[in-house]
Design a binder for this molecule. Structure first.
Ligand code: HEM
Length: 129
């Protein structure tokens, strides 16, 4: 369930990120390029990889800390790129947004690192993966 939800959120976010990329190209206005890049990399690549990990390690996915990680990772993957985009368009006075977003992303990844170190893949799961 957790894996499936992460995979679903990640493919929705990559569609939004790609649409933003196409929009930048059409408008020939590339100010949102860093927001687009972070949405695609954090929102698609990182979430999709976490979804694949939880699919391969269901005992890790079943933990409360994994659910907490997934929520933090999704929120960070949305708040951080939005913050970057707002600063790019509206100016430095909104810098608190990407700062908070980056800290959310960092906490989420620290939790994920803890989960990976603690659970790894069991032998049977590693053979199946
Ligand atoms: C429909 C698909 C996509 C379109 C139309 C698109 C479009 C763009 C455009 C127009 C730029 C700005 C280029 C410039 O500043 O000269 C850009 C930058 C970038 N894109 Fe995409 N992109 C797409 C998919 C992706 C994906 C899937 C990723 C990563 C998973 C990605 C990562 C990046 C990165 C890292 C940059 C550089 C950002 C920067 O220079 O600040 N893009 N993209």
């Amino acid at each position: 369930m957790l894996a499936r939800n992460l995979l679903r959120v990640s493919v929705v976010l990559i569609l939004i990120g790609m649409a933003a990329g196409i929009g930048m190209g059409v408008a020939q206005d590339f100010r949102l390029a860093p927001a687009h890049a972070h949405l695609n990399l954090l929102g698609f690549v990182a979430l999709f990889l976490a979804g694949l990990y939880y699919n391969a390690a269901p005992h890790a996915a079943a933990t409360t800390v994994a659910t907490i990680h997934a929520w933090i990772a999704v929120i960070g993957a949305i708040v951080f790129p939005i913050g970057i985009g707002v600063v790019a368009i509206k100016g430095e006075q909104f810098v608190v947004l990407p700062i908070v977003g980056s800290l959310i992303v960092f906490v989420g990844m620290a939790l994920f690192a803890w989960i990976v170190f603690r659970n790894g893949l069991s032998k049977a799961e590693a053979q199946r993966a």
